[in-house]
Design a protein around this ligand. Structure first.
Ligand code: 4NP
Length: 161
């Protein structure tokens, strides 16, 4: 089982969007059984809260349901257990490193993007709804790159490269 954790600040905008997007990609690729997906925030503001309504609506427009997800905080155990702990921005990255020290599995999510030059998924919380569309574009692209990386490193596909 390969374990992927998406991490942002509040766990109500970017990381649940990434979780839902990656789950959909895995379902479409018939890989849901082999890869575990979760998301968490580095702050405690929104524990047990559903995703921001704007994030829910933007995801729903692309056929992704994230309404059932609930906020939780990233833990030391997460960093021990997940193969990929993927930070949306540098602040999240540093918050994760602060929990456990630098680890190879703590990475910037946009390392996996092939079409965006940015290294951070911008925080859409205080912006307009257009921010959520751009966040989704970035997340969809990086999710495709992430799946390629997982296939190359963890899954053996002799007939389905
Ligand atoms: P997220 O967005 O980290 O993508 O979930 C935010 C959500 C809430 C806050 C900041 C960012 N906040 O300050 O409450």
């Amino acid at each position: 089982m390969v374990k992927v954790l998406f991490v942002c600040l509040g766990n109500i905008c970017r990381s649940p969007t990434a979780e839902g997007t990656f789950r959909k990609l895995l379902a479409e690729s018939d890989l849901s059984h082999g890869i575990e997906v979760d998301s968490a925030g580095t702050h405690a503001y929104h524990i047990d809260k559903p995703p921001d309504l704007r994030a829910q609506q933007a995801a729903a427009r692309r056929g992704i349901d994230i309404s059932y997800l609930r906020g939780r905080r990233a833990t030391e155990q997460d960093i021990d257990e997940f193969d990929y702990v993927l930070a949306m921005d540098r602040e999240n990255y540093h918050n994760l490193v602060h929990i456990k020290g630098a680890r190879d599995n703590i990475r910037m999510f946009l390392e996996f993007s092939s079409t965006f030059d940015e290294d951070e998924v911008p925080d859409p919380y205080y912006g307009g709804s257009g921010g959520f569309e751009r966040v989704l574009d970035m997340i969809e692209d990086a999710c495709r790159g992430l799946l390629k990386d997982i296939k190359a490193r963890h899954l053996q596909y002799k007939n389905h490269p």
